[in-house]
Design a protein around this ligand. Structure first.
Ligand code: FAD
Length: 490
């Protein structure tokens, strides 16, 4: 069975991480020139990405030990669990963001995408569009590394369905959420034009969400709240024409949750303006209608594709270039210490990686715990390029392996393999109700309803990555309650 971390272990590790963080930041306040005066060459850690994994890593990585460079096309971390709320204006986009340079002032940040990794020469090839004029080629450069951390996440998987990229909206990033927010108001204003026919109004005001996982469900929930609390008052003549349909190809929504919670979500949608259609496989998305496998045509004004994770081009290129990655299913194969199989000084974590022996879900919780683990391994100076003898694999009874420096002339220091501690699942289902599946050791507790909404809000308020973000989110919630969501377009 998969190994699992204990709660006490997780708390202890958090304390050690906080001590490192405090030493780095407050130590610098006391000795402000400590970094500048340092002339020793340090090994370099290059981190690819600025999402959950990368952000959690740079929060704990000791910059006195390493020169850390973050490479990502986005210069800020985004709190993805609240993207659905941001896409309808319940919270503001900037409240969910923390710039890389604020997360850790000691890291260097380069705004670029990594396109290739040369594992032999230990360099990453990057391209940047910044400053590009018209059809000039993007700037290309390479960055050397001693250790590389791949935390580039995943793309949206379209499953090869024609028309998805051209006609549907995604909900993967802040840019996507901004587009959705503008498109909702756009559909209402178009429907409100005196020249729009009744038939066209019905089409424009029909939102179809494809995918009954947490993203699709939470988007429907937020949209339903937006309709009932704001749009109903602002567009009273149009609201009776509004329809939201959630299409799910399987026979249940929120499949990671217990059956009782799935049923609670279905019941909640039944009494809202969201219609859930199960067993509906989308085979084509045209400009104004969606075709299902059984031939049904569904006219729509806005389609949101929330149907799963795909592989980034960088991860694809590493998988094809490394023989040890044979059999990888869209995510880099990693060992028990999160090292890429076939490249021991390269870590991969979050949605970009998977350990075949202990597959974990693609969630922020996993990415953040993995990142803290990788940071600790590096901070405690484990010799990560050591080969692990097959015979002493932890699955064959020995639980600790990576040797520390000075293995030949002193006692070896060893590192425990990564263990995930599941803290449970949460989902917002609309109408001020939420679901919670809390895991306490082997015991699972299932909660749903209005009181669970309070739990949901308090968890998300406390999980914000900084005090600033926490305050901004609380202020946004209060603003929405008092003034409603903002409908202005600019
Ligand atoms: P990401 O956070 O996706 O970060 C990837 C980073 O890599 C980004 O900064 C990207 O710009 C960068 N990047 C991409 N390509 C390159 C490249 N070539 N070079 C350099 N950088 C690159 N999980 C939960 O646990 N709970 C939730 O409630 C939850 N809700 C979610 C809601 C939504 C709408 C979404 C989209 C996801 C949600 N998730 C949730 C999942 C969670 O966000 C992901 O599992 C998590 O973000 C994975 O972290 P990551 O670091 O692997 O990737």
């Amino acid at each position: 069975p998969p190994r699992r971390e204990t709660f006490a272990g997780l708390v202890w590790d958090r304390l050690v991480d906080s001590a490192t963080d405090a030493r780095m930041h407050y130590g610098r306040l006391l000795l402000p020139n400590k970094q500048k005066n340092k002339t020793v060459t340090k090994p370099s850690v290059v981190v690819l990405g600025s999402g959950w994994g990368a952000h959690a890593l740079i929060k704990v990585l000791d910059c006195d030990l390493y020169d850390v460079t973050v490479i990502s096309p986005r210069n800020a971390f985004a709190f993805t669990p609240m993207l659905a709320a941001a896409s309808v204006g319940t919270v503001e986009f900037r409240s969910l963001l923390e710039p890389v340079r604020v997360a850790n002032e000691l890291v260097d940040y380069v705004q670029a995408s990594a396109t290739e990794v040369d594992l032999e020469r230990q360099t990453v090839t990057c391209v940047s569009d910044l400053g590009r004029v018209d059809d000039e080629a993007p700037v290309q450069f390479s960055v050397p590394y001693s250790y590389l951390v791949i935390a580039v996440g995943a793309t949206t998987n379209t499953f090869g369905v024609p028309g998805v990229r051209e006609h549907a909206f995604f909900l993967k990033s802040v840019v996507d959420a901004r587009k959705i927010r503008a498109a909702i108001v756009n559909r209402f204003e178009r429907a409100n034009l005196p020249t729009t026919s009744d038939e066209e109004k019905l089409r424009l005001l029909h939102t179809v969400v494809i995918g009954g996982g947490p993203t699709g469900v939470e988007y429907c929930a937020e949209l339903n709240d937006f309709l009932t609390s704001d749009l109903r008052r602002k567009y009273p003549r149009l609201v009776p024409l509004v329809k939201v349909t959630l299409l799910q190809s399987g026979d249940a929504i929120l499949t990671a949750f217990d059956d009782t919670l799935q049923a609670a979500a279905m019941d909640n949608f039944k009494s809202s303006s969201v219609e859930v259609v199960l067993g509906a496989r989308v085979v084509n998305i045209g400009p104004t209608s969606i075709t299902l496998k059984d031939g049904t045509e569904v006219d729509y004004g806005m389609a949101i594709w929330a149907a799963g994770n795909g592989t980034t081009p960088l991860v694809k290129s590493i998988i094809t270039s490394l023989p040890d990655q044979a059999g990888a299913r869209g995510r880099l194969r990693i060992d028990d210490w999160l090292r890429v199989k076939g490249a021991t000084n390269v870590f991969a974590l979050g949605d970009a990686a998977c350990n075949d022996d202990d597959p974990l879900p693609a969630t922020a919780q996993v990415a953040a715990q993995q990142a803290a683990f990788a940071g600790r391994l590096l901070n405690r100076d484990y010799c990560l390029s050591c080969e692990i003898p097959e015979a002493s694999s932890p699955r064959k009874g020995i639980s600790k392996l990576i040797k520390g420096p000075g293995d030949d002339d002193g006692p070896a220091r060893v590192a425990k393999p990564f263990q995930f501690l599941s803290l449970g699942l949460l989902a917002y289902i609309g109408r001020d109700r939420a679901l919670a599946q809390v895991e306490l050791g082997k015991k699972k507790i299932f909660l749903s309803g209005a009181a669970t909404r309070l739990l949901y809000d308090s968890v998300y308020a406390t999980k914000q990555v900084s005090f600033r973000n926490r305050v901004l989110v609380l202020v946004d919630w209060a603003k929405t309650k008092v003034f409603g969501r903002d409908l202005s377009q600019f």
